[in-house]
Design a protein. Structure first.
Length: 387
């Protein structure tokens, strides 16, 4: 490979959330990577810092062209420049859009188990979480279409947050599924807010379809949120793009983002995003190669060494969803025990609600040697817990 995915930068004794741990602990939970970002991005940042002056800025056509070019090249769908609004992050945009598009007391629909921060954005803004739970058959997750439509039809349901592709289960929605969800939302006057932060991380198989690419009247009812943060390990860059095809809906979203002061870039957001989207294609290709090697190793290790648990196949994200229901139905208790006994830190599936109490989530975006260390600790911890 052209890039280094073997040597992890040492982030201990820094401001890293992930690596604020005790000596000997191994964090494999929060969704950032233990790989250096693409050197092309770092070079763009250094060039900007070399200017030595950092006044007010705002993205221009070069920024939006870079976003559009990326989505056309990587995903075969090109958003129009006028559809796009810069924002400081996907989560700040979600919270702002909830406040602008829905009303206090409304239902915001999700599909549990799902990214836990959605709940914070909904509940902190005085809205209700309404879930149409994904149905698990022991192998894969599917939509309960009848339940979804019934809940979209409820008068108080005004907004749906769609995790596309899905975190934590790693599901890539088909083109037909994305279109059907968008059509149902449109039919029931529910705005579809699509978090697509993991959209570049489809490791194999069919690509994901951005929600802004749906066809027909539903296109006027969708908001896509995209960012280089997960793709290139630049979460602290605080840069994302809101994509809204409909003029009226886009104006509403823009007013919300600007009222909440989450529509202005920091000094590195513009050049780093442009560098990522213009020069990051080869880096992403190499990253996926490494992730697939990590997932293959982890899957085989778990099958051979921890047969009481089961990997749920998913082709998106660098996060592995593991069924531990034969060990426990209290995943929080399990992960607490594993950390205490081995120092390995993974996520309890229960924080994602739904059937997450039967699952754990582990982050495999790190050098293979770290994956091997983590899985050895996982096997040790589960072995001790089972006794």
């Amino acid at each position: 490979m052209q890039y280094d995915f073997v040597n992890a930068p040492d982030r201990t004794h820094t401001d890293s959330v992930k690596w604020d741990v005790k000596s000997g602990e191994l964090p494999m939970w929060i969704a950032d990577m233990d790989f250096k970002t693409a050197p092309e991005i770092t070079a763009a940042m250094k060039d900007k810092i070399a200017l030595g002056a950092f006044g007010y800025e705002f993205p221009k056509d070069d920024y939006f062209n870079a976003v559009a070019d990326w989505y056309e090249t990587e995903h075969n769908h090109r958003p129009e420049n006028k559809w796009m609004i810069f924002t400081t992050g996907v989560v700040p945009a979600i919270s702002s859009i909830i406040r602008r598009i829905s009303h206090i007391g409304d239902n915001v629909l999700v599909q549990e188990p799902v990214y836990n921060i959605f709940y914070n954005s909904i509940l902190n803004n005085g809205r209700h979480v309404l879930s149409s739970d994904l149905q698990f058959d022991g192998e894969k997750y599917e939509v309960d279409w009848q339940d979804l439509e019934q809940k979209l039809a409820e008068p108080l349901t005004t907004l749906m947050i769609f995790c596309n592709p899905h975190n934590p289960v790693g599901k890539v929605w088909t083109v037909e599924e994305v279109q059907r969800i968008a059509d149902l939302c449109h039919n029931h006057h529910v705005t579809l807010l699509s978090d697509e932060i993991h959209g570049d991380l489809i490791r194999e198989g069919p690509d994901y379809m951005p929600s802004f690419a749906v066809e027909g009247p539903a296109k006027h009812n969708v908001i896509s949120l995209v960012s280089p943060s997960k793709t290139f390990n630049v979460a602290a860059l605080h840069a994302a793009t809101t994509i809204v095809p409909d003029d009226n809906l886009r104006d509403m979203v823009s007013r919300g983002l600007n009222s909440d002061e989450v529509a202005e870039p920091n000094l590195l957001a513009i050049p780093a995003t442009i560098a990522a989207y213009e020069k990051g294609h080869d880096w992403l290709k190499d990253l996926k190669t490494q992730l697939n090697e990590n997932f293959d190793y982890a899957t085989k290790f778990i099958q051979d060494k921890i047969p009481a648990v089961k990997v749920i196949p998913g082709t998106a994200t660098y996060l592995m969803w593991i069924d531990v229901h034969e060990i426990t139905t209290d995943s929080q208790k399990l992960v607490d025990f594993i950390r205490q006994e081995t120092g390995l830190i993974v996520s309890a599936g229960s924080i994602y609600r739904g059937d997450g109490h039967d699952f754990i989530r582990i982050n495999l975006a790190c050098p293979l040697e770290m994956v091997k260390d983590g899985l050895s600790r996982l096997a040790e911890g589960i072995g001790k817990y089972s006794k």
